[in-house]
Design a protein around this ligand. Structure first.
Ligand code: GDP
Ligand code: MN
Length: 388
């Protein structure tokens, strides 16, 4: 789950990390008033779940409260397109009005969970700011990575290594070590998957300040953080994914193809998508219904897929271990009977009670193509999607 910049900064502030003074606004008037209180020279920042706002017109440096109000009016209610969004953009419903900062240097500081070793890794670069992606691609040696062992915790010597790599002056080293340690604590205590300050700036007076903040929380740990779940902004999320979550299907991710997939198990779901692509098709989604013996879950999955107008065929790939194929079949039949399906369906079923499940489907008088081979099933789904 992604947090907004203003939400991330509230958390950082609680951990003693210096941030600019600022205020959230939902109308031009509120933004103007906030700018007045902050002294007029402010930055108006669109609050969206996407980076690259500076390049997309979502960051405006202004000199007066009136200009701030106008900049906010311009952004609020519009959709912001940045290099990190699709062409449809994301809706802007709030702006953050912050005191403008006189900055000397822009640095990069972030923490992610390194997929290679499963450890939190601190990343830092003296080339922070809007071009960090280009720096990572062209000159990766300009990014220092320091892995932290979560059992031992963050060590000050690691903070000093980062501070030196950032080229900080001696007087800034100790504050930087404290800041990095606090950032690490904020990341761990919220079960973060990514926490990024870009840019971390050195101000005209030589102070460190978190000018931007991006904080993503690990979805699988959200149950431990009801206070973070409350910060969710569903307006920024894909409506189909929101609908799926509301139906208890947590592992649905909307993609750009036209073949809807219903699969049990994340690994099988990945393999299914690979086979669809190999057969020349494009999956419309990733969907792991999990190990379930619940007809309602199958009909809910169909409900979600049929809400997506892009879906031209549905591929059901089930390997029933603890899940029973006959119950899945019942769900498929029920989905047809209640009118939830209007596109061709291909099934590839294996495992517990498979004979019973297949017989039920065959006798139900519904247009389902049953295929036993995984490869052939994927090809059939692609053919049917094209035919439709
Ligand atoms: P992003 O483009 O979505 O990452 O948004 P940022 O919050 O990182 O802002 C983009 C850029 O705007 C920063 O890298 C800075 O160069 C600039 N910027 C943002 N706030 C200020 C400010 O208070 N003063 C100055 N001079 N520049 C700012
Ligand atoms: Mn940024």
């Amino acid at each position: 789950m992604k947090l907004h910049e203003y939400q991330a900064k509230e958390i950082l502030a609680r951990y003693g990390i210096p941030i600019p003074r600022g205020q959230v606004a939902e109308t031009g008037t509120q933004a103007g008033n906030a700018a007045f209180r902050l002294g007029g020279r402010v930055v108006v920042k669109a609050q969206v779940h996407a980076g690259g706002r500076g390049k997309g017109g979502g960051i405006k440096l202004v000199r007066s409260d009136i200009e701030a109000g106008l900049a906010a009016l311009d952004m609020l209610g519009s959709r912001l397109v940045t290099p990190q969004t699709g062409p449809e953009g994301v809706p802007v419903q709030k702006v953050l009005v912050e005191q403008a900062v006189d900055l000397r240097r822009e640095l990069y500081l972030g923490i992610i969970i390194d997929p290679a070793n499963g450890l939190p890794v601190i990343m830092a670069s003296d080339a922070g700011g809007m071009e960090i992606e280009e720096v990572a691609a062209a000159t990766p040696e300009r990014i220092l990575k320091v892995s932290v062992d979560p059992v031992i915790g963050f060590q000050p010597f690691q903070g000093r290594a980062v501070a030196y790599a950032l080229g900080l002056e001696p007087a800034q080293v100790q504050p930087a070590v404290t800041l990095i340690g606090n950032l690490y604590r904020a990341f761990m205590e919220h079960d973060g998957s990514l926490l990024e300050i870009n840019p971390l700036v050195v101000t005209g007076e030589g102070r460190l300040l978190a000018l931007d903040a991006k904080f993503n929380i690990e979805d699988n740990a959200l149950f431990r953080h009801p206070e973070l779940e409350a910060l969710r902004d569903i307006e920024q999320e894909d409506p189909l994914e929101v609908q799926a979550r509301g139906m208890g299907i947590n592992n649905y991710i909307k993609l750009h193809g036209d073949i809807g997939c219903v699969v049990n198990g994340a690994g099988l779901a990945m393999a299914t998508m690979d086979l669809i692509k190999l057969a020349g098709g494009e999956p419309a989604n990733f969907l792991d219904i999990g190990t379930v013996n619940d007809v309602g879950r199958v009909t809910n999955a169909f409900q979600v897929l049929s809400t997506d107008p892009a879906v031209k065929a549905i591929f059901i790939n089930i390997f029933g271990g603890l899940a029973r194929v006959d119950i899945i079949a019942e769900g498929i039949i029920e989905s047809f009977r209640s009118g939830k399906v209007s596109v061709p369906v291909v099934t590839r079923l294996a495992g517990t009670n498979v004979a019973e499940g297949k017989r039920m489907l065959a006798e139900a008088g519904i247009p389902v193509t049953q295929v036993d081979s995984l490869n052939e099933a994927a090809k059939a789904a692609v053919r049917l999607a094209v035919g439709a």
